[in-house]
Design a protein around this ligand. Structure first.
Ligand code: AP5
Length: 218
């Protein structure tokens, strides 16, 4: 019997490296990456009323209203068997709705990074609008001059705004963590992205192995 596909949540403070690690995880494990922040930014780009409303909250570093995000995430998850969910849930109510819709993760990855490093990471972050790839002016340089010329910062990546995002994160984090204690793996996130991925890869490989063993028994 085939093992069930993996369902993973990745969580951590703003700029802790969630998006960067998701690129590496999807490359190796082929999971579909669903990012709450990316869903909201796509909604903003579509010019919809919901997008305009979400942007008001994002600019203040606050959580976008559940009415906007809960259905979007539900629809995105429903289309997939396995998934890598990034930046969701961020509140008790989001965790409850996820559970109510029957989406149960196998592993909850928590990236732990000290706050002073987070601010440095946010300020130097740049995105490639063509590929969506994440870069950093000090830690993750673009491969070519052509890419360097088109890199853009994110609208909420100022020192002032990241401090607000951090406050929101610190206010909500405990409520979310308490729901996933038994499946949480804590990852030391203040080392190179390859070293961070090494730790995640180890936890995921263990999970895959357990899955394969129990699938072959049944
Ligand atoms: P979202 O887009 O999810 O932003 P965030 O949580 O603040 O996280 P980031 O995307 O800023 O960082 P990241 O952890 O992905 O780090 P990255 O890999 O880019 O959310 C934005 C907003 O949307 C929220 O503020 C909120 O308003 C709203 N929202 C989102 N989810 C919501 C929800 N569930 N409910 C309600 N509202 C929601 O890395 C950062 C930088 O560091 C990059 O430049 C990267 O190159 C560099 N870097 C990464 N890893 C390393 C490393 N190991 N060493 C050195 N540099 C590194």
């Amino acid at each position: 019997k085939e093992a069930e596909p993996l369902r993973i949540i990745i969580s951590g403070a703003p700029a802790s490296g969630k998006g960067t690690q998701c690129e590496l995880i999807t490359q190796k494990y082929g999971l579909v990456h669903i990012s709450a922040g990316d869903l909201l930014r796509a909604e903003i780009d579509s010019g919809s009323q919901n997008g305009r409303l979400a942007k008001e909250f994002m600019e203040k570093g606050e959580l976008a209203p559940d009415e906007i995000l809960v259905t979007m995430v539900k629809e995105a998850l429903s289309k997939q068997n396995g998934w890598l969910l990034d930046g969701y849930p961020r509140s008790a109510s989001q965790a409850t709705s996820l559970e109510r819709f029957g989406f149960q993760p196998d592993l909850f990855i928590l990236l732990e990074v000290p706050e002073d490093i987070l601010v440095d990471r946010v300020i130097g972050r740049r995105l490639d609008p063509v590929t969506g790839k994440i870069y950093h002016l000090k830690y993750s340089l673009p491969e070519t001059e052509e890419i360097a010329a088109r890199l853009t910062p994110r609208f909420d990546d100022t020192e002032e705004k990241v401090k607000l995002r951090l406050k929101t994160h610190n206010r909500n984090v405990r409520d979310v963590l308490s729901r996933y204690e038994e499946i949480t793996v804590r990852i030391k996130g203040d080392c190179s992205k390859e070293e961070v991925f090494g730790q995640i890869d180890k936890a995921m490989a263990k999970l895959v192995q357990q899955r394969n063993t129990s699938a072959s028994r049944s």
